[in-house]
Design a protein around this ligand. Structure first.
Ligand code: F6R
Length: 608
């Protein structure tokens, strides 16, 4: 989704802004722009399409003079992705420029009133009302004007503003949209995402909802929504820019797929002390598990599918009913929740608008909340009663991979932790299951190494019009995520079906050479899935089976086989998804797709 960046200091602002915008490209966007101030004049350059166009237009920023500026990557919501609709937007008198992430829900009313007052609109965006309102309310104090405007806005926003009359500062404000300040020496920054500024500084201040920052080159002052000064702590980012670069891989996605053994290890190791699961860092060791009557997991997209896989493990080890709900549905479902409901919220970015809204709704109704989040300091991490971080490092490719497997590894630990507390898992099972979880990094590495034939298999399937993924229970949960990976990066229609459902309609779609990817890692249901393979093969399907390496039966029956090291079925999903991520990657590569930035998608979905 949209990204914003700002700079004030002694260096030329434009190249820094352009570099920051490039770092935000992964979030997904369709136009970009910068506004830079020099001698009290604001110049705006904006283009539809790629940042490369903006670099070309400005000679990599060298043609734009000035040491203070703001930049934006736009993911169109209100108005097409045109040059005019791109941000920054200028006030009619040219004295103010604004960048904005989020959505202003009451913009139509505001726009009509501004037009009545004689303001002229250039674009179709909701954002443009902000800059005209600032012009309207400005009486010599930018902070005061922004404060006043913010009180009139409904919706979500992270906003950066520069003003020609106050050329030594940027004012930024957030409400339900991420924003952080980068604190440098003789220079300061702001951005919607830490990746945009980590090459300049690792010292950051996270703004809370309703907070404003006045940023000069020497100082950052933060205020609450009443204008009262707030003392903020400066946090230190513990990863560097190399972590957000490709490191020799052709795509971020491939790099991140290969990072999974390390990411899962980094996620589980700090939570295991003396062969015991320790969530003291999240203040969970004293969780009153006997007061939990049901668990609801909520999330969107792949995080939701991690929840679908986690449900099997939680129910198996804790014997508590678990519901997995799409956040966009849960938020409007008048959910049945009380103070015996444990809500597990899963989000890589920690900023997904629907997930935040569902979480707030359930919290208000009394649920206790545990968030599984990757981005430190994100909104979800802050709202939750307990936050467990996945230490996956920055995930740049739009399609999540290490985000998903680290989420699963936390769900495994949490299931075992709660199950043991409830007395549903005995000591010897606990030791056995913990060993399984500790072996995940090794087994993920093995499944990465075990399938050199995947690029060749991808060549065989890349022309398919549709791909079907089938499986039962844990295999079905993995099929859901595998089909999403395939759809989003290769643009091939891919569907996942619970294998037992085929006969109830879907099998009508199977005919000669239709590829079916059959997931066969659920030991207890193996024979059932084999029967489903036989059924589709009898109708001409070509079957690619995913199974444990020592399983002879699938090799005999399927046309192609992808193998995994043998693992306990309870914890197999995090290993089983690996070759299917690779398959999606190589199919997309065969089809010449823009793998790291799939069309129409954004990394962090900060609007509803
Ligand atoms: C798919 C993908 C998305 C996200 C979803 C939730 O590869 O990445 O489906 O999983 O948008 O995002 P987070 O986890 O940031 O809440």
């Amino acid at each position: 989704m949209c990204g914003i960046v700002g700079y004030i200091g002694n260096q030329s602002a434009a190249p820094i802004l352009l570099d920051g915008l490039k770092k935000l490209e992964y979030r997904g966007y369709d136009s970009a722009g910068i506004a830079v101030m020099n001698n009290r004049t604001i110049s705006v350059n904006k283009v539809s399409g790629r940042i490369a166009n903006l670099c070309e237009k400005t000679n990599d920023g060298k043609n734009v003079k000035g040491c203070i500026g703001i930049g934006h990557t736009r993911w169109a919501t209100h108005g097409a992705p045109t040059d005019i609709n791109a941000h920054p937007h200028l006030s009619n008198d040219g004295r103010f420029a604004v960048v904005h992430n989020g959505i202003i829900e009451n913009y139509i009313d505001l726009r009509e009133k501004l037009i009545e007052n004689g303001y002229h609109f250039e674009s179709q965006t909701d954002t443009e009302v902000i800059v005209h309102l600032i012009e309207k309310y400005y009486d010599g104090d930018l902070k005061k004007a922004v404060l006043k405007v913010a009180s009139k806005l409904e919706g979500s926003y992270a906003i950066g503003v520069v003003c020609a009359d106050e050329p030594d500062k940027i004012v930024a404000v957030r409400e339900y949209s991420p924003l952080l300040i980068g604190v440098g020496i003789d220079e300061n920054f702001f951005a919607s995402d830490v990746t945009a500024l980590v090459s300049h500084t690792r010292n950051v201040i996270y703004l809370e909802d309703g907070e404003f920052a006045e940023i000069t080159k020497d100082e950052v002052s933060v205020f609450d929504s009443t204008g009262k000064k707030v003392e903020k702590t400066v946090s230190r980012i513990n990863w560097d820019i190399q972590a957000a670069e490709k490191g020799g891989f052709e795509h971020f996605m491939l790099k991140e797929i290969n990072e999974q053994p390390g990411a899962v290890k980094a996620t589980i190791t700090p939570r295991i002390k003396d062969d015991t699961i320790d969530f003291s860092e999240s203040n969970l060791n004293d969780l009153d598990v006997n007061n939990i009557s049901k668990i609801i997991i909520t999330a969107c997209g792949s995080a939701y599918y991690a929840g679908c896989a986690g449900k099997y493990v939680l129910e198996r080890l804790c014997r508590i009913p678990v519901q997995v709900e799409l956040a966009s549905e849960l938020r409007y479902s008048d959910p049945l929740i009380d103070n015996k409901t444990l809500l597990i919220v899963i989000s890589q970015s920690g900023e997904t608008a629907d997930t935040i809204a569902a979480m707030r709704e359930c919290k208000e109704r009394g649920a206790k909340t545990i968030a599984i989040v990757n981005v430190v300091g994100s909104t979800i991490a802050k709202i939750a009663d307990h936050t467990i971080y996945t230490w996956a490092g920055p995930e740049i490719a739009v399609a999540t991979t290490k985000g998903y497997t680290t989420q699963l590894s936390i769900l495994y630990l949490l299931s075992l932790f709660i199950g043991k507390k409830l007395g549903k898992v005995d000591d010897s099972q606990y030791a056995e299951y913990l060993d399984e979880i500790k072996s995940l990094p090794k087994n993920i590495q093995a499944s990465l190494d075990m399938n050199p034939a995947i690029p060749a298999i991808a060549k065989k399937y890349h022309n398919a019009k549709a791909l079907f993924f089938i499986g039962r229970n844990t295999d079905y949960a993995v099929a859901l995520e595998a089909a999403l990976k395939m759809k989003e990066i290769s643009y091939i229609h891919a569907e996942s079906y619970a294998a037992g459902e085929l006969k109830h309609g879907t099998i009508a779609l199977i005919d000669d050479h239709q590829p079916v990817i059959a997931l066969c890692c659920n030991e207890a249901l193996f024979e059932k899935t084999i029967s489903n393979i036989v059924e589709v093969k009898a109708r001409g399907a070509e079957v690619l089976a995913v199974s444990f390496e020592d399983n002879q039966k699938t090799a005999a029956i399927a046309d192609d086989v992808i193998t995994l090291p043998r693992v306990n079925t309870i914890f197999s999903s995090a290993v089983e998804i690996i070759p299917l991520q690779l398959l999606a990657y190589y199919v997309a590569k065969e089809n010449g797709c823009d793998i790291d930035k799939p069309k129409n998608l954004a990394k962090s979905v900060t609007v509803e």
